[in-house]
Design a protein around this ligand. Structure first.
Ligand SMILES: [Zn+2]
Length: 254
């Protein structure tokens, strides 16, 4: 079984959920975490996708942590998160420090992180560059994951796109509440350094790695390249199962 911990259904694709699921089938993915990015995408749309495909789609919420950075007035982010989890049934939180314009070690995040801990849901952070799109990469340096993890030790923090060529593996190894998600950066690095993935898995521990691809409609190749990486990484069957599904099941209580 494969659970993809990082996928998107963009606003232009809201009525193409069947096509999204067909891509999962093509890539061999059983379930996918679909994450919006507030305020540009809505939690209600994600909840609607889950309603249509409850066995395939795991819905995450997104809230704007600091409304002054987008200029759009919002509810209290912790209240908005509670509503999304308790009333809409969403299973995690996605935060994007580049698009949403804040530094991920900002102490002002603590109340929102505390709410996530109380709700017992993981928080998926974008880390690293934004593939040529808007936003300051310095808002989401991987080192800041550790600052946040130490500031909020009860919150499960998933570093999205966690670069295996960085200190990500060491941060996951030394902070019990930090997990690494593999999308984009792992297959990119694998093309030039084929042994890197296995080494990072050894450093962090296979219990701390989550299969992710950042798949969206039209990008099934991202799933294929992640599967290829795992095929070529010479992992034990036990470690592969942890990375592909067991760790996600544990965090998401599936
Ligand atoms: Zn994303």
């Amino acid at each position: 079984m494969i659970i993809d911990f990082h996928t998107h259904i963009w606003n232009t694709q809201l009525e193409k959920v069947d096509e999204f699921v067909a891509g999962l089938d093509e890539g061999g993915v059983d379930m996918a975490v679909v994450a919006p990015i507030a305020p540009y995408m809505s939690n209600a749309d994600v909840a609607r996708h889950v309603e249509k495909y409850p066995d395939r789609i795991i819905g995450f919420a997104s809230v704007v942590p600091f409304s002054e950075t987008t200029g759009i007035p919002r509810l209290d982010p912790a209240d908005e998160l509670r509503h999304a989890v308790e009333e809409m049934g969403l299973k995690g939180l996605k935060i994007h420090p580049l698009i949403q314009g804040f530094k991920m070690n900002d102490p002002g995040l603590a109340p929102l992180m505390h709410a996530a801990a109380e709700l017992e849901i993981p928080v998926l952070f974008h880390t690293g560059p934004n593939l040529g799109r808007a936003g300051r990469t310095s808002n989401a340096l991987i080192e800041m994951v550790e600052d946040l993890a130490l500031m909020c030790p009860d919150t499960i923090i998933v570093a999205g796109h966690a670069d295996p060529l960085s200190v990500a593996g060491y941060i996951a190894a030394s902070n019990p509440n930090v997990y690494l998600e593999t999308s984009i950066s792992w297959p990119h690095r694998h093309e030039v350094i084929p042994k890197l993935a296995a080494q990072t898995i050894r450093t962090a521990g296979a219990d701390k790695i989550l299969y992710g691809t950042d798949y969206s409609i039209g990008r099934v190749h991202r799933i294929h390249s992640m599967n290829q990486l795992l095929d070529e990484s010479d992992l034990t069957a036990e470690d592969r199962v942890k990375i592909e599904s067991e760790n996600a099941k544990r965090l998401l209580k599936l």
